[in-house]
Design a protein around this ligand. Structure first.
Ligand code: PGA
Length: 250
């Protein structure tokens, strides 16, 4: 099964609207439009509309960085899947470790967000990953198994026609420390086996599993050479059009 590589930029809380548009001018000038990898940008909510408009009709897709699970209502400060869909979002990042660590995200809220995304045909980019303590205690497989199984509980098969998983070891995010290619491959092969067990072999084989954590132009090629690394979720190195393009053209 060949899976199209996916390279996604997670801008986190960076890029005002003018900054985002300048970035896109550079990026689009560097892309031919028939890249081997699918390219996705996840801007902050405030730039989603402007980025969506600019990318409309291009080969680059738009993602949101989070989503609430209700369609509308008295939920001050939240953004619904319906609103994202209407802006042309195709993907949504769910369960990023920063949300888990800083904003009280749990496996249960991840599950609700996944269900809501599925209901509106937004493809989830579901993030999982172990902390440094987990890895040192030999708990990596147990932790990511727990995160994936609890996130997908009761969801299969309906809202899971398409899923992207991002394996992001927490100790590698924004630290300059990248997992070795063997560590990434081992965890990602484990995730695929697990997906086959929880859902079905077809979905497990189709699902793109991204690596995230200090990805840069210098290390992307070696990561992409691993059989279960189907792309990357890129934070810091996605903020400059030059380095992001370097990653896209790995
Ligand atoms: P980083 O972030 O590339 O800056 O390590 C990755 C992420 O948090 O998705």
């Amino acid at each position: 099964m060949t899976r199209r590589p996916l390279i996604a930029a997670n801008w986190k809380m960076h890029q005002t609207v003018p900054e985002a548009l300048t970035f896109l001018d550079h990026l689009l000038a560097d892309l031919s439009g028939d890249e081997e990898a699918e390219v996705v940008i996840a801007p902050p909510f405030t730039a989603l509309e402007a980025v969506g408009r600019r990318l409309d009709g291009t080969s680059v897709q738009v993602a949101a960085q989070n989503v609430y699970w209700e369609d509308q209502g008295a939920f001050t400060g939240e953004v619904s899947p319906l609103m994202l869909k209407q802006l042309g979002c195709r993907y949504v990042i769910i369960g990023h470790s920063e949300r888990r660590q800083l904003f009280g995200e749990t496996d249960e809220t991840v599950r609700r967000r996944l269900r809501a995304a599925g209901r509106h045909e937004l493809t989830p980019i579901l993030c999982v990953g172990e902390t440094k303590e987990d890895r040192e205690a030999g708990r990596t497989d147990d932790v990511i198994t727990g995160q994936i199984s609890r996130a997908l509980e009761g969801l299969y098969p309906d809202p899971l026609r398409e899923l992207v998983v991002a394996y992001e070891p927490v100790w590698a995010i924004g630290t300059g420390l990248t997992a070795t290619v063997d560590q990434a491959q081992e965890a990602q092969a484990h995730l695929r086996l697990l997906l086959a067990r929880i859902t079905d072999k077809g979905l497990a084989n189709r699902t793109r599993i991204l690596y995230g954590g200090s990805v840069k132009p210098e290390n992307i090629l070696a990561l992409m050479a691993m059989p279960d690394v189907d792309g990357a979720l890129v934070g810091g190195a996605s903020l400059s059009a030059d380095s992001f393009t370097g990653i896209i053209h790995f």
